[in-house]
Design a protein around this ligand. Structure first.
Ligand code: SF4
Ligand code: SF4
Length: 68
């Protein structure tokens, strides 16, 4: 199963990964704030991730790691 991980303290909550994900499973956290004060991206239904890595390619801060 594919797994996407966000380095939360690098994420600036820009939402580009949210837009690009073909499965629409990335959201900006409604509960967490990172050390910079941003709502980090998170995946709630990881079982739907297809490991396409579009999110990782789109992230301007290289905050996403995708493992297949
Ligand atoms: S790897 Fe693809 S399917 Fe998985 S979270 Fe990233 S953009 Fe979405
Ligand atoms: S694209 Fe990168 S910086 Fe922007 S919300 Fe997603 S993980 Fe955070």
């Amino acid at each position: 199963m594919a797994k996407m991980t966000v380095k939360e303290d690098i994420c600036k909550g820009c939402g580009l990964c949210v837009e690009v994900c073909p499965k629409k499973i990335i959201h900006l956290s409604k509960e967490k704030l990172n050390a910079k004060g941003y709502s980090p991206a998170e995946v709630l239904e990881m079982e739907k991730c297809i490991g396409c890595a579009m999110c990782a390619m789109m992230c301007p801060d290289c905050a996403i790691v995708v493992e297949k």
